[in-house]
Design a protein around this ligand. Sequence first.
Ligand SMILES: [Mg+2]
Length: 210
Amino acid sequence: MQAIRERVGYDVRLRIDANMAWEVGEAIQELNALADYDIDFAEQPVDWQDLDGLARVREAVPMPVAVDQGCFTEKEAIQVIQKKAAEVIVVGLHETGGITGMKKLATVARAGGLRLCRHGVMGETSVSTLTALQVSASITNQTAGHQAMHQLNENDIVSTDLLRFEGGDIRVPDGSGMGIELDTDMVEKYARKYEEDGPFWPCPTKPNDP
Ligand SMILES: [Mg+2]
């Protein structure tokens, strides 16, 4: 983190996601060691079921703490608020079950004074990114900067030029519906691939898949 911060300077937001890797004491120690690097927030440092532990971490570290795996529903958001376990909820349409779930969660989070950061998922297409962008544009309690992972795919199924980052931003599409235009040839290609190979990892479809 020191090397990254020195390389990019202090105008760039840096976040860290431990993905539940630490125990509570370990998280407190590790995150305090990052105090000098202006971390925007630390995501899910401890196990998703341990909101009490997350609250202990939050009390003891210098940067905001985010819950990810521990909060997919509005009821879980209420628990996060009641336990004062985080300042930020990292969540996406894949976890909330779609747009309505995301909107409900955002409303509960706002009532509790929490911000939302849109969660990106490995293997997501730009349909996910652009739909989440529309939802994010309709809520006020969001972090400055969200996650996007469609750009990691070799190809995509959206045909328009909607996905170009300009200065770190993607413009919210203003076409009808979600403003998304599908490349039907690519949809066909990946439909065939789905038939042949099954879902994208990490959903193993064959007994011997790791
Ligand atoms: Mg995460």
